[in-house]
Design a binder for this molecule. Structure first.
Ligand code: UDX
Length: 447
């Protein structure tokens, strides 16, 4: 199929590359000429496992193209994905300017009937607005548009894996024709008919559930899924606080709770809170959507509040251990919002760094992938070349992102660098017993 993807950010690039991988012809378009130039040079604007290889291969096979010309990109496409970003407005509501602009441009330039599919995270009813926009600006007689919502559930760092081996594919449609097109588009994934680029011995013997709903329900599924996951994390964090006050070890508690199949262990890791481009933004946006519809989603407001409080909790723990922060050097291990990504958007590590800097501390951080983006986002932060440099002369080291390499650090060397061997394990990822035996003071979360 001829596919066009408008917006070549995280979602757009992964969608375009993976659809090319399973056999479609894809044009990825973005207004940011710089980003497209990077892609045309064969480089990746983001760090995402497996993506570079897929882009290289599918481009070489002539199935993946990049460009900045929207008219050319949409002209012959049978399916057009809207993957533009929907940044938050100051009140938490999503700014849909780019979505409307994309719909307008499609209406003005498409030369054949096409299925317009929203993949950006958008409020319910956006599909209806896209339909209206297409109808108003469509210029060519005989060209008809169907609209669909096809929310993505991919995690950064696992995006290719999640796209090609999803738990489910959800499509919200308003017509049998739209459903048919999306069934055909995703058939290789649903039926396991593609050569998996990730696992050499991949046996795709599990049919992927393909859920067809109305458009608004599909939009709602996206909000509900992200909010529920965020809720699980905030629940675990609240539980961690209660464990600290009343007794109990959050690791044992969540293990016990998670063994109940109705609950599950995933997304119950207590720590310094959730970050990234999705959860913080999506929870706030869903609260706003509910509010506009007349429902006060107090439960989700609390999820957000608990999460915001996690940063202050780190400061409080440090103050309890160090008394005064002014003039003291603190090392941060991990700056990305989670491991296996270079993304620092809404990263708890940077929020903590900002607060420490406000308190007059000197902050030195290290991250295996996010150094460049962290420097850009917070120039006052000293970004070091390795973890040992971040620990140099530090009075405390805070583990903010649980990169695998941190568990295998040469901890005696870390200790030798520090003024005071204090570790605040913000993700409960390190071996408390081992570190304590080495002479570290260890502070975890909820233990
Ligand atoms: C999320 C959703 O998982 C994905 O389905 C959606 O499409 C986009 O948003 P992502 O933002 O990439 O994906 O990251 P995710 O792995 O979900 O983690 C989000 C944040 O929650 C991270 O900061 C992570 O550290 C934190 N987290 C996650 C916890 O604090 N505890 C947990 O148990 C799990």
């Amino acid at each position: 199929m001829n596919v066009c993807v408008l917006g070549t950010g995280y979602v757009g690039l992964v969608t375009g590359a993976c659809l090319a991988e399973i056999g479609h012809h894809v044009v990825c378009m973005d207004d940011d000429a710089g980003k497209i130039e990077v892609l045309l040079r064969g480089e990746m604007p983001i760090y995402e496992p497996h993506l570079e290889g897929i882009v290289r291969r599918t481009r070489a096979a002539g199935r993946l193209h990049f460009g900045t010309d929207v008219a050319e990109a949409v002209r012959d496409a049978a399916v057009i994905f809207i993957c533009v970003h929907t940044p938050p407005l100051p009140d938490g509501e999503a700014d849909l300017t780019y979505v409307e602009m994309a719909a307008r441009r499609i209406a003005e330039h498409a030369s054949r009937s096409a299925l317009i599919t929203e993949k950006s995270t958008v409020p319910v009813q956006t599909g209806a607005w896209i339909e209206k926009t297409l109808a108003i600006y469509s210029r060519r007689p005989g060209v008809e548009f169907d609209v669909a919502s096809n929310p993505e559930f991919t995690r950064e760092g696992m995006a290719v894996e999640d796209f090609l081996h999803p738990d489910r594919i959800v499509v919200g449609v308003g017509s049998a024709r739209a459903e048919q097109i999306l069934r055909e588009l995703y058939a290789p994934i649903v039926e396991g008919r593609f050569r998996c680029p990730i696992h050499a011995d991949c046996r795709q013997d599990r049919a992927v559930p393909f859920l067809v709903t109305d458009i608004r329900s599909a939009e709602m599924i996206k909000h509900a899924s992200n909010s529920f996951l965020a809720l699980k994390i905030s629940f675990a964090n609240a539980l961690a606080d209660v464990c600290e006050l009343a007794g109990g070890d959050i690791l044992q508690v969540t293990k016990g709770v998670g063994l109940d199949r109705r609950i599950g262990r995933a997304f119950l890791n207590a720590g310094i809170g959730f970050g990234g481009s999705c959860f913080p933004k999506d929870v706030k946006a869903f609260v706003k959507i509910a509010e506009k519809s007349g429902y006060d989603f107090a439960l989700l407001r609390e999820v957000d509040r608990i999460n915001e409080r996690r940063r202050e909790m780190v400061l409080e723990k440090l103050k309890r251990a160090l008394w005064i922060l002014r003039g003291k050097r603190i090392g941060l291990l991990g700056l990305a919002f989670k491991p296996n990504t270079d993304d620092v958007r809404e990263a708890p590590a940077l929020a903590i760094a900002r607060r420490l800097l406000e308190e007059g501390a000197e902050v030195r951080g290290y991250d295996p992938q996010a150094a460049g983006k962290a420097r850009q986002a917070l120039p006052e932060l000293t970004v070091c070349a390795d973890p040992y440099e971040a620990a140099l002369q530090a009075e405390a080291v805070v583990l903010c992102t649980e990169w695998g390499e941190f568990t295998g650090l040469d901890w005696p060397r870390v200790k030798a660098q520090m003024v005071r061997p204090l570790i605040l394990d913000g993700r409960n990822a390190l071996d408390r017993e081992k570190l304590t035996a080495m002479g570290f003071e260890y502070i975890g979360i909820g233990r």
